[in-house]
Write a protein that binds this ligand. Structure first.
Ligand SMILES: [Cu+2]
Length: 178
């Protein structure tokens, strides 16, 4: 059974990499050792034809829920990287009631002051005007997800919150660029 699955994987890899038979063979050999390697190799090889990006691209998955919680209190990214953060709301409640966003605050921003201004910015996804925000997503409700891509700020420790009214006390964490 496992052999059949691996051959199917191998076939998929061969199809994906029809440009190079040698590379495909290598990937298949690795696959017998560890199946997860196959996925990574396939991704890496399908991305090869594209131009090499100047900045390292990293993806961050952040979950939120009906319990008013993020699933991470610390997020680490490398310096000078391009970050794509995907926020998912795993709950069921509507965004008007239990909406969440991800807001990365500039250094030196007072969270309570920012949150107080955010309450008045409902029409702008609870993002008040000004330069206190490095990046943010829109507000989402249960079952939804949203992404934002931004350049990592200078190395250091930053704070992120959900700026939905009343949420920042429970929904906050550190965003660390290293
Ligand atoms: Cu929230």
């Amino acid at each position: 059974m496992k052999k059949i699955f691996l051959s199917m994987l191998a076939a998929a890899v061969m199809t994906a990499c029809s440009s190079s038979t040698e590379e495909s063979t290598e990937t298949v050999e690795t696959a017998t050792a560890e199946e997860t390697v196959v996925e990574e190799s396939t991704e890496a090889e399908t991305e090869e034809p594209a131009e090499a990006p100047a900045a390292q691209e990293v993806t961050v998955e952040l979950e939120s829920n009906d319990m008013m919680k993020f699933d991470k209190s610390e997020i680490f990214v490398p310096a000078s990287s391009k970050v794509t953060l995907t926020l998912t709301h795993t709950g069921k409640m509507k965004k008007e009631v239990m909406g969440h966003n991800f807001v990365l605050l500039a250094k030196g921003t007072s969270i309570p002051d920012f949150a107080a201004k955010a309450v008045a910015a409902k029409d702008n996804d609870y993002i008040p005007e000004g330069d206190a925000v490095i990046a943010h997503t829109s507000i989402i409700g249960g079952g939804e997800s949203t992404s934002v891509t931004f350049d990592a700020p200078a190395p250091g420790t930053y704070q992120f919150i959900c700026s939905f009214p009343g949420h920042y006390g429970a929904m906050k964490g550190e965003f660390i660029v290293e």
